[in-house]
Every structure is written in structure tokens, then in C-alpha cells.
Design a protein around this ligand. Structure first.
Ligand SMILES: [Zn+2]
Length: 203
């Protein structure tokens, strides 16, 4: 990459590339324009609309990348939730589904360079459960919808109630056993000693 004079379109273009907003199969994420080939992309980058976007981008590059990143993550998680639920799935499979939508946010417009980086970020920020295998990274959606949380709470409550009931039942049984013992009167022990005495008298 040659050194370009500060402020020129080439300088801005280099700066954009350095920030990770570079072309991937001739797509301009900034203008959200797909070009057919290298020549088409070249023509696009020289167009007035692209140059205008470039100047805007140079002023707000952080905001652009944040916005693209936010939308990318949102779209990816939406696919994961809708199509796979809480089933553990290969992260790349979800990605393939995501990029199937022709209006998807291209990863090269986000802060993530690779899918692995993105998946690790999801795990680190607690948005999903992720784990690495020989077949790549796997991802599991964490269901935090109010309905699910409520259902889980109810389940936990019921479990606790069941446990209390069981404890009470055991307590009752123990008490009952003690009562029965009392009702039965003195245990066999005195009878046994009496028998011994009888034996002694005999001899
Ligand atoms: Zn453009």
C-alpha cells in the first residue's frame, strides 16, 4: 500500500482498509453496494456517492463500525434463536444461514476479523455458550425470554415444595413410629431378664 497524501481519497481509502472495512468479493459495506467484479468495484470507488460516504466514514469510522458490528451480531443471534433454538450447533452453520440473506451485514464491515473472533466475543460477553471442538466452534443460544425465566422459576419453586413435602412426610413417619413404639409398652428386655431369673431358680 503506497503512501498517500493526507486527505486525498486514496489516503482515506487506505485508512478505511486499515480499520478493517475492506472489500470482500467486491462488496462495499459502507455504501452497501455489491459490485460485479474488480473493475466494477474500481468504478464504484471513484463514484461521487462513494467519495461522499468515504468522507463521512472518515469522520465517524468508530460509529460506523460499531453500528455494523451491532447489526451483524443482532442478525446472527436472530438466526441462531429462530432456526436452532437452544440446540448446540456449529457456529459456521449459523453463519452460512446468516449470509444467505443478501442484505446481511458483511463481517468485513464489523470489528471482527474472523468468525472465531466473533464467536469468542459472544461467549465472553455471556450472550451464548461457546466451545471449541475439532470441527470448529460450536454455539448454544441462552434463552432469557421472560416466559422461559418465569417457567424456570416455577419449576424451581415446585421442586422446593416437593422437597418440603417429602421432608414433612418423613417427619410424620418418624413421629408415628415413635408413637407406635410407646403404645406397644415396655420392650422385650424385662421379659428376657425375668426368664433368666426363672432359670436361675430352677437350678
Ligand atoms: Zn462505496
Amino acid at each position: 500500500m503506497g503512501k498517500a497524501e493526507v486527505g486525498t481519497p486514496k489516503y482515506l481509502s487506505n485508512k478505511m482498509k486499515a480499520k478493517g472495512l475492506q472489500k470482500l468479493r467486491w462488496y462495499c459495506q459502507m455504501c452497501q453496494k455489491q459490485c460485479r467484479d474488480e473493475n466494477g468495484f474500481k468504478c464504484h470507488t471513484m463514484s461521487e456517492s462513494h467519495q461522499r460516504q468515504l468522507l463521512l466514514f472518515a469522520d465517524n469510522s468508530k460509529r460506523y463500525i460499531d453500528d455494523f458490528s451491532f447489526q451483524f451480531a443482532k442478525g446472527y443471534m436472530e438466526i441462531l434463536r429462530r432456526q436452532f433454538g437452544t440446540k448446540r450447533v456449529n457456529a459456521n452453520r449459523v453463519y452460512q444461514e446468516y449470509i444467505h440473506d443478501r442484505d446481511h451485514i458483511h463481517m468485513n464491515g464489523t470489528r471482527w476479523v474472523t468468525l472465531t473472533g466473533f464467536v469468542k466475543w459472544l461467549g465472553r460477553t455471556g450472550q451464548a455458550i461457546v466451545d471449541e471442538t475439532e470441527k470448529g466452534w460450536f454455539i448454544t443460544y441462552i434463552d432469557r425470554s421472560p416466559e422461559t425465566v418465569e417457567r424456570e422459576e416455577k419449576k424451581k419453586k415446585k421442586l422446593k415444595m416437593d422437597k418440603n413435602d417429602e421432608e414433612k412426610r418423613m417427619e410424620f413417619i418418624e413421629k408415628q413410629a415413635k408413637l407406635d413404639k410407646e403404645k406397644a409398652g415396655p420392650s422385650v428386655e424385662p421379659v428376657y431378664s425375668e426368664l433368666i431369673r426363672e432359670n436361675e431358680e430352677e437350678t
